[in-house]
Design a protein around this ligand. Structure first.
Ligand code: 5CA
Length: 442
């Protein structure tokens, strides 16, 4: 991508309305634009990151055996009357009337709709377990939308829903999501800790929130320090191995970790003082087991091996991809801007032409741009006629992991400079070695 032909509306001034660093940086870096309170347009740079996040989520959901579909954003009120949640949900639900005066709503979550889909097709325990997920926009009319996409009214959610014949099966389905979540967040460079959580309007009696520690987090959390160094389950984890998965979950729930709603002060006090972490946290995922809470009122039953009908046991599993972007920036930035982890960066490499218009510099940049592209490297090419200072500032602000800096002086000796955004480390290397160096990515 050539910056001269891209759409990257960078702000020079720090926007006054933004209270936390991720919101400020997302606005300044031209990733999002507020369209109304708690509603954001995703500008090209922001959308690239969102797509990267979604790709990782999909890979890990699919690996665990979950299956993707797509449900609509608008739902019928009647569906929610069946579960009894239509009145209970209150003002957070955006209620809409269509031209025939039918009551509709913009979905805040999809337990009812997925249960309706399930009961329309599935009849036998032989079709279980089943876990269906989608990545779709949700709307919750939050009293106080704030912090940009961290707590917005419209936000993206990956929500998965599992169906099992009994509680033991549902536990295994829960564990699959638990392990998939550990892997998902680790791949984004985050240390997410599963914490015992309240179930709120979703309901149920088993629930974990996945929390990353950040001083600007909205929740108060308490946990054992050792969680921060636990190993993440390997890529070849066998999701069908019931006891192996239970072992991973047991380990990750063996030490103290709870949000303030579930906090047990006396249990926490019992920890050695050097192991106590009392901090603020951001909830990036939340998983629930709620048994037959929806299947019973909505009549989602299957024939069991005993020839009897059984109401299915369900769980639901959410991740907030749009919130995750803000959370990652909270965890990874410096005074110059965002520092993207490699896996979710909008581009792999920023190529900075320090003297656009100079024939030799232009030629070297164009050639490298083509070669990197051909090698599968996603390049952000700053080909504008701008001062070097402005180019360095832009590249630092938008946080691309590598910068290749090409100016006439070093180029005369056949060299360019390579900078690692995260550490600021610089090295000089021959122009001819850049492609090999960046495709090795070490
Ligand atoms: N149906 C369940 C699980 S699928 C559910 O709705 N869970 S939730 O309410 O916990 O939301 C799931 C995830 O969506 C949260 O962990 C969070 O990452 C994200 N999320 C929730 N509300 C917002 C919001 N207002 N802004 C941004 N992300 C949000």
């Amino acid at each position: 991508m050539r910056l001269s032909r891209y759409f990257l509306p960078i702000l020079r001034e720090t926007p006054k309305e933004a209270e936390i660093v991720s919101h400020r940086l997302m606005l300044r870096a031209g990733m999002i634009r507020q369209e109304a309170a708690g509603l954001y347009a995703w500008l090209p740079l922001g959308l690239r990151v969102l797509n990267k996040i979604n790709a990782i989520i999909r890979e890990e959901q699919n690996r665990s055996g979950a299956i993707e579909l797509l449900m609509p954003t608008i739902q019928s009120a009647d569906l929610w009357r069946e579960s009894g949640r239509y009145d209970a949900y209150g003002k957070e639900m955006l209620r809409i009337q269509d031209r025939h005066d039918r009551e509709m709503l913009f979905g805040p979550t999809n337990e009812e709709m997925i249960t309706e889909i399930f009961r329309g097709y599935v009849r036998s325990y032989k079709d279980l377990p089943l876990n269906l997920y989608h990545i779709q926009w949700k709307f919750r009319d939050e009293v106080r939308p704030r912090f940009g996409v961290m707590r917005s009214r419209e936000f993206l959610m990956k929500d998965a829903y599992s169906f099992d014949i009994d509680q033991a099966g549902a536990r295994h389905s829960y564990n699959k999501m638990f392990v998939a979540y550990l892997r998902t967040f680790a791949r984004m460079g985050l240390k997410a800790i599963p914490m015992k959580a309240d179930t709120g309007p979703i309901g149920g009696d088993l629930s974990h929130e996945f929390i990353i520690l950040a001083s600007t987090g909205e929740s108060e959390v308490f946990c054992h320090k050792d969680y921060l160094d636990f190993d993440i389950p390997a890529v070849n984890t066998d999701f069908d191995n019931i006891s192996a998965l239970q072992g991973i979950v047991d380990k990750w729930t063996s030490l103290y970790a709870a949000t303030s709603e579930m906090h047990d002060a006396s249990a926490f006090e019992g920890l050695p003082s050097e192991k106590k972490v009392s901090a603020r946290g951001i909830e990036v995922g939340h998983i629930f087991y709620f048994g037959t809470k929806y299947s019973k009122p909505m009549g989602a039953k299957v024939m069991g091996p005993d020839g009897q009908e059984h109401e299915v046991h369900m769980g639901s599993y959410g991740i907030g991809p749009s919130r995750l972007i803000a959370a990652i920036i909270e965890a990874s930035h410096d005074e110059n801007g965002i520092v993207w982890p490699d896996a979710i960066a909008p581009f792999d490499v920023a190529l900075l032409n320090l003297k656009a218009g100079d024939a030799a510099t232009d030629e070297a940049c164009e050639k490298l741009y083509r070669e990197l592209g051909a090698a599968g490297v996603d390049v952000f090419y700053d080909d504008r006629d701008e001062r070097p200072g402005a180019k360095f500032a832009t590249a630092d602000l938008i946080g691309i992991p590598w910068q290749v800096i090409i100016g006439p002086k070093s180029l005369a000796e056949g060299n360019v400079e390579l900078k690692r955004r995260a550490t600021g480390e610089k090295e000089v290397l021959p122009l001819a070695d850049v492609v090999a160096r960046l495709t090795r990515k070490a």
